[in-house]
Design a protein around this ligand. Sequence first.
Ligand SMILES: [Zn+2]
Length: 216
Amino acid sequence: MLRLILLGAPGSGKGTQADRIKESYQAIKISSGDLLREEIRKKSDLGLQAKQFMDKGELLPDALMIGILEKITQDFEKRGQSYILDGFPRTLPQAEALMEMMKKQGVSPSSVILIDVPEDELLRRLSSRWTCKNCSATWSYPEGKADNVVCKQCAGELYQRDDDKKETILNRMEVYRKNTEPLIRFFEEKGLLKRVQGLGDPDSITVRIYEILENI
Ligand SMILES: [Zn+2]
């Protein structure tokens, strides 16, 4: 049974890789957003508590998030169902709580895989998106957009949404780095962390991940 924690910055291609591993290992991908929506839909106690925070636009307390995760993984453990944690934990306290939870279940992560992409490459990937002012179509220009380029669909003017601007992305990356660095050290010290070079085509990254998983 695979219990995989997959880490990677926005733009690292983590989602794509998670989907491939999921297929090959008949694993269930757990991303925190999906988890919450499911609990809210079922109107479980934990789901209703979570909804109160979300309705107020507040972040969920770690304890609540772990509570939901515990409930779900308990069921997986009973059924021997492999799972991949995608996008959780995000912070050191979450990682500590997660390890506590697994300890209680008498298990530990099969591996913690970090898809490692240099920041300048992440910035290049994330800031490549341009939106049409006229029809809202989006186009990707990873090598930068020339001044005279317009929408391929309607010849409308292209602009960058605030979310896609370099300054915003740099900010987001800064927050990510601050939260993630202690998390990475934590798993490294436990001897669980495996780094996978995230440059190159997605297929070769998948191969590197499978090599790690086969050696567990
Ligand atoms: Zn357009």
